[in-house]
Design a protein around this ligand. Structure first.
Ligand code: NAD
Length: 390
């Protein structure tokens, strides 16, 4: 059994999800080909960090993330900090020869994402980026159906990611609304997952035309808490929101399919409204993350009298599920996707092979995001190739 030592940077919402995933990898998948060791964790507030490290079973902690990069004992640097820090941390990790687990969006711009790709490919390290929704066994199965031609030629992809966590105007300002720290708003935070799914299932997006809206233009400056848990006093001063609440884009794929990518962080009623409808000449698929254990499949080749969508419950025949349960329909949850993601990285590191989706895949998502933002700014269709190798 090989041990792979993890150095985690960031103990917010995603830091917790990553730590829980690594702890659960051996419980779900066993100790082979490698067992993660929660070695060292970094964040800014030393007192809170000390408790957090002990609660999650990390052997050591530091308030200086560069100590993790410089530590010869660390094999994987796991980056769960706000978006603006990903590039600096990932490049430093690659240059130190560390394997990398980084949250999405990989970088603020495709130019920064390319710098990460260059550093990673020069160092020859293994990477995975947190597009965890691709790890739902339903998605690998959907991709197999599409690649096997079961849907015929793909004609349309309509994808969404709507949530309503920012719909209440009383929710205070946070790093997600600060352009320098987050980049785009709903597009990078949520829509990057939809773009990832679109490119995983249908193929490369080559041209986009987008529009955006910022519904709530000012929010209270928080007095405590962070991330989703930030709180503000009722008389707190206001700060202008610097990125969009909603993005909608028309898209064209390299294979001729067309579609839409839509995302909102003020989408009332939508709690985890990541989903898609994919139509092809022989059939269609419908999926929503709010029912993540089900995939809807329609075959236009069925007898006319029997045509209609059917529900497929994910089970051991769908890649990634079998390690959890041997019967279909019992069901996985969000954190199980993270366990599958962490296991993919552990296995790739132990076997010395690439993990998926890696920083090059994530760079592709960043290019589409840049194209959409440029399209919004310049009010025109934009080719994704405009952001090639910048
Ligand atoms: N894959 C997903 O489903 C998903 C979901 C939510 C967030 N994310 C991504 O995860 C990342 C983090 O989001 P979050 O919701 O966990 O944010 P968060 O605000 O909850 O946590 C960020 C943490 O990073 C810490 N931090 C900031 N600067 C630091 C530094 N210099 N050194 C060490 N620690 C530092 C903060 O103190 C905080 O604890 C973002 O890139 C976000 O887009 C991904």
């Amino acid at each position: 059994m090989k041990e792979v030592r993890v150095g985690l940077i960031g103990t917010g919402g995603m830091g917790k999800a990553h730590a829980a995933a690594f702890r659960n990898v051996p419980l779900v998948f066993g100790n082979e080909p490698a067992r993660p060791v929660l070695d060292i964790v970094a964040d800014l507030d030393e007192e809170a960090l000390k408790t957090w490290a002990s609660d999650f079973g990390f052997a050591r902690y530091t308030t200086d993330w560069r100590e993790i990069i410089a530590d010869p004992a660390v094999d994987i640097v796991d980056i769960t900090t706000p978006n603006h820090l990903h590039a600096e941390m990932a490049i430093a990790a690659a240059e130190a020869g560390k394997h990398i687990y980084c949250e999405k969006p990989l970088a603020l711009t495709s130019a920064d994402a390319k710098r990460i790709v260059d550093a990673v490919e020069k160092a020859g390290v293994i990477t995975i980026v947190g597009f965890n929704y691709l790890k739902n066994p339903a998605q690998a199965f959907a991709r197999r159906l599409i690649q096997d031609g079961e849907l015929g030629e793909i004609t349309l992809f309509r994808g969404t990611f709507d949530q309503d966590f920012m719909a209440d105007p009383a929710v205070p300002f946070s790093w997600r609304l600060d352009r320098q720290l987050a980049g785009s708003g709903a597009l990078g935070d949520l829509g990057s997952h939809t773009i990832g799914l679109a490119q995983f299932l249908v193929g490369d997006i080559v041209e986009v035309c987008g529009t955006t809206s910022t519904v709530i233009k000012e929010r209270a400056i928080p007095g405590g808490g962070s991330g989703y848990a930030a709180k503000a006093a009722s008389d707190a001063p206001l700060r202008a929101v610097e990125n969009e609440d909603i993005t909608e884009a028309l898209v064209r794929f390299a294979n001729g399919a067309i579609g839409t990518i839509g995302t909102s962080r003020v989408g009332t009623g939508r709690k985890l409204g990541l989903g898609y409808e994919i139509q092809g000449t022989k059939g269609s698929l419908f999926y929503t993350q709010e029912r993540m254990n089900e995939l809807q499949l329609y075959r236009h080749t069925d007898p006319v009298s029997e045509r209609g969508y059917k529900t497929i419950y994910i089970g051991p025949e769908h890649p990634g599920y079998k390690a959890f349960f041997s019967l279909a329909g019992i069901g996985l949850g969000y954190n199980d996707q993270k366990i599958i993601e962490a296991h993919e990285l552990m296995t790739a590191v132990a076997q010395g092979r690439p993990a998926y989706p890696d920083v090059r895949f994530a760079y592709g998502v960043n290019k589409v995001m840049d194209a959409i933002e440029t399209s919004v700014g310049e009010k025109r269709w934009v080719a994704v190739s405009e952001f090639e190798a910048q």
